[in-house]
Design a protein around this ligand. Structure first.
Ligand code: ZN
Length: 202
């Protein structure tokens, strides 16, 4: 294999390795401190676009503080994403308590994360908003490494290799999930199977 030249600055098609700390309402909610940095492919919305857009031109070792308003992060809170369902529709193995997180498949069979926010005699209120919806995010980032992407990575629009572990805090924080990401599970066959589709998470 020919080794492509190492990119000197962050640009589209560059694999970026990044340390970050995410602060919301003055509180650190996510950080790579003490764990591996994240790697992603720049220019493919692997991370939230409001952060990605501020990274262009940075070099290895550069640090930057990036403020991302809610509308450019996980969006504003959508009142229509809060729904009341009959209590009997909740699977028996899921405890009915506020704060319990569960996954519900929609008519397309896609799993959607929800949290129980209210309970009445016959109904349960599920909130499908992202936990960070409506929140302004402040990232402090440090560029750890840059490399050229492999052709297959460009084709898939994401990074391959051992940097993709399914840290829960990573999913909740920086990673921008969309329907295409289900591809991950299929093509990372050298990785350990990580089941993140349990009914409940505590
Ligand atoms: Zn892939």
């Amino acid at each position: 294999m020919n080794a492509p030249q190492k990119p000197s600055v962050i640009a589209d098609d560059v694999v970026v390795t990044l340390d970050y700390t995410l602060t919301v309402d003055g509180e650190v909610v996510d950080s790579t401190a003490g764990i591996d940095p994240i790697s992603f492919l720049q220019g493919y919305e692997n991370i939230i676009p409001g952060l990605e857009n501020e990274l262009y031109g940075l070099k290895v070792g550069d640090q930057k503080k990036v403020f991302v308003p809610a509308k450019d992060a996980y969006g504003e809170i959508d009142p229509e994403a809060v729904v009341e369902v009959p209590r009997k529709d909740i699977p028996k193995d899921i405890p009915i308590k506020t704060g319990i997180e569960l996954q519900v498949s929609n008519e397309d069979g896609e799993l959607m994360d929800a949290v129980i926010t209210a309970i009445s005699k016959n109904t349960v209120t599920l909130d499908f908003n992202h936990p960070l919806a409506g929140k302004n995010l402040t990232f402090e980032v440090t560029v750890v490494d840059l490399r050229a992407a492999e052709p297959e990575e460009l084709e898939h629009g994401h990074v391959h290799g051992d940097d993709f572990d399914e840290e829960d805090e990573f999913e909740d924080g920086i990673e921008y999930l969309d329907e295409d990401d289900e591809e991950f599970e299929d093509d990372e066959d050298e990785e350990d199977e990580t089941d993140n589709s349990n009914g409940t998470k505590k």
